[in-house]
Design a protein around this ligand. Structure first.
Ligand code: MG
Ligand code: ZN
Length: 294
């Protein structure tokens, strides 16, 4: 039960509300939070698989659709009111980092394997990968975390994501358990798995196609290609040009500025945060960029 309580610290009021309503009337339990087929609140076995798995928060955890909707609403409101924070979903590959399989590195970049670990932005991962952190990454995460509760959402598997997270968030202060991988979400990326209302979620990803239903939440970032690889299809790399993306003026710095605009626009109204929506703000910013050609 200890672990369960840990996970629900964030959602405690929501959780208490559902459990207290059932202690008064057991039959009214909606089996909101189910673990390995057993309702956390009323302890009865729940056979029908209605709802959604949230294994990334806790292995075996399932939320009913009502519980997911309630928790989303609750979380968004809680962070809006108490911390002035929205939610941010970040992709890993080509957005925050560039990883390549060592075996696929171009001949000219093979020597970088020896340098891994001697620089703080170049690392060997699980023997298999060489990983470069995008310039401005640490500053980006620090500043973004002051405005957003952050998730990582990657098409990589959990083992890979864990290794990357050890590099970019070793103390787990930015992402905590909020790491969604291919293991939970194999085909497309969906905000259904993010416990926040869609009107308060901004996505930053270099791949538009994976976000089929959430394009209006998306800020598309230019791909980061640091290493050269043995693949003629791949675009040019920074190592070929013997340089790297600019820290102060690169993609992450640009996106951070946009995120500040969205955050600022969202909280500009003093009351009625309920009717604010990042999707409208992003649309406005797009429109401004198009018309002013800034
Ligand atoms: Mg990507
Ligand atoms: Zn129940």
């Amino acid at each position: 039960m200890f672990v369960v309580e840990n996970v629900f610290m964030e959602f405690e009021p929501a959780f208490n509300e559902s459990s207290s309503s059932l202690s008064s009337s057991r039959s009214s339990c909606g089996h909101w939070y189910v673990r390995y087929g057993v309702c956390i609140a009323c302890k009865s076995t729940v056979n029908e698989r209605q709802g959604r798995a949230f294994n990334y928060l806790l292995q075996g955890l399932q939320l009913s659709y009502e519980a997911a909707a309630f928790t989303k609403r609750f979380t968004t409101r809680f962070y809006l009111q108490n911390e002035k924070k929205l939610h941010l979903v970040l992709d890993l590959d080509h957005t925050l980092i560039h990883s390549v399989r060592v075996s696929l590195l171009s001949e000219t970049d093979k020597h970088l394997v020896e340098e891994a670990g001697s620089k703080e932005d170049l690392w060997r991962l699980d023997a298999e990968f060489l990983t470069k952190l995008r310039p401005f990454l640490h500053e980006f995460l620090k500043e973004a975390s002051e405005m957003f509760t952050m998730y990582v959402y990657t098409m990589g598997n959990r083992t890979y994501a864990k290794s990357v997270l050890k590099l970019i968030d070793p103390k787990r202060i930015y992402f905590g358990d909020r790491v969604i991988t291919r293991d939970e979400s194999p085909y497309v990326k969906t905000l259904d798995l993010v416990l926040a209302e869609e009107r308060g979620v901004v996505i930053v990803d270099d791949t538009r196609d994976v976000w089929t239903h959430h394009q209006s939440n998306l800020v598309e970032i230019n791909e980061y290609h640091y290493f050269g690889v043995n693949d003629p299809e791949e675009s040019e790399s920074y190592t070929e040009e013997k340089r790297d993306e600019s820290k102060s003026d690169g993609e992450l710095a640009k996106v951070l500025k946009l995120l500040k605009d969205v955050h600022c626009g969202f909280f500009k109204v003093k009351e009625d945060l309920e009717s604010q929506d990042v999707r409208f703000l992003l649309q406005e910013i797009d429109f401004r960029l198009l018309t002013n050609d800034v």
